[in-house]
Design a protein around this ligand. Structure first.
Ligand code: AMP
Ligand code: TRP
Length: 331
């Protein structure tokens, strides 16, 4: 059976981008057709300035939202990265296979480190080595498929390269994974700045729809979305990024093809109104389930404990094999 693995970082409140680009596909498709693991990757949240209490809170919230989005612990393994030591152990071996040059070429590193320097802050070394840990997350489970939004495909490519290199140098150890992305809304853009990704870590309110936003807040944000100069509704990412983003969101939430939908609107106002309602309807059941889950925190703890146990059992043999292959003496 195909093995799928993916993760979400607890660096902010989860957004509509997380849901349409990742979580929904995990719940609706991946958990049914693959032996899958979904993880709150809390170690990754330590690569940028962080507040320990906030990371703890956001980790719990992200795990709750994974379940609220429809992940079923009877069908897939839901857990927290730091509960399974094997990730960090394998990451070190992969740092010994990766090069400094290939880490520095990662777009996410370039963007985040540049932003940090502008702020006058320092860049954590773990931000540079982040892709080695992410590769470990993936390779430790013999993963075939990694369902992610567009922004993560470069990291998954790197995980592939490291798997191939390790296997070539030290003997067949890892399955070589590939990224899979949803057909529409693989990259949901910020409503106020439609050439930038809707990213949860940016935390600049009005352009970001959060999964737990009240319906009124969602409507307000969508109705105030920046659109393009011109009047006609056209799907074209390059020249009409604002309208195209709304069409993609509408298509992802209500069904249909974004280009066909464009033809059925003659004004931005009507497009915004329908998009807002479609988003509210998509979020409604997730929010309801989230409320129910919050009323029973013991259930989440139980799910995460069982998930970590299952994950550990799967990860252990891979790390043992990698330790042997690379030349470490058995204990
Ligand atoms: P992150 O928020 O970076 O932890 O991302 C978790 C998952 O959500 C990854 O698979 C991302 O590719 C996906 N994702 C995050 N933001 C967006 C977005 N704006 N559009 C589509 N997918 C996204
Ligand atoms: N880097 C991913 C992100 O920012 C999160 C992540 C960490 C991940 N490890 C992973 C995603 C392994 C897929 C597989 O979204």
């Amino acid at each position: 059976m195909t093995r799928a693995f993916s993760g979400v970082k607890p660096t902010g409140h989860l957004t509509l981008g997380n849901y349409l680009g990742a979580l929904r596909q995990w719940a609706e498709t991946d958990q049914h057709r693959a032996d899958s693991l979904f993880c709150v990757v809390d170690l990754h949240a330590l690569t940028v300035d962080h507040d320990p209490a906030r990371v703890r809170r956001l980790s719990r919230q992200a795990a709750t939202l994974l379940l609220a989005a429809g992940l079923d612990p009877e069908r897939c393994t839901v857990f927290v990265q730091s509960h399974v030591d094997e990730h960090a152990r394998l990451a070190y071996l992969l740092e010994c296979v990766a090069t400094d040059g290939e880490m520095r070429r990662m777009i996410q590193y370039k963007e985040k480190s540049a932003r940090e320097q502008v702020r006058g802050g320092s860049v954590r070394l773990s931000l540079l080595t982040y892709p080695a840990l992410m590769a470990a997350d993936i390779l430790v489970y013999d993963t075939d498929e990694v369902p992610v939004g567009d922004d993560q495909t470069q990291h998954v490519e790197l995980a592939r390269d490291l798997a191939v290199r390790f296997n070539h140098r030290y003997g067949q150890t890892f399955t070589v994974p590939k990224a899979t992305s949803p057909k529409v809304a693989a990259r949901v853009m910020n409503l106020q700045d439609p050439v930038s990704k809707m990213g949860k870590s940016d935390d600049t309110g009005p352009g970001i729809v959060y999964l737990l936003d009240e319906p009124e807040a969602v409507r307000k944000k969508v109705m105030r979305a920046v659109t393009d100069s011109g009047q006609d509704v056209v799907h074209d990412r390059a020249t009409r990024p604002g309208v195209t983003n709304l069409l993609e969101i509408l298509a992802a939430c209500a069904g249909g093809d974004p280009e066909d939908l464009a033809a059925s609107y003659s004004s931005y106002g009507a497009l915004k109104k329908d998009t807002a309602e479609a988003v509210v309807e998509v979020l409604r059941p997730v929010q309801e389930r989230h409320r129910e889950l919050c009323a029973d925190p013991g259930y989440l703890e139980q799910v995460l404990r069982t998930g970590a146990e299952k994950a550990r059992t799967m990860a252990r043999p891979t790390v043992d094999a990698a330790y042997r292959a690379i030349g470490l003496l058995p204990a």
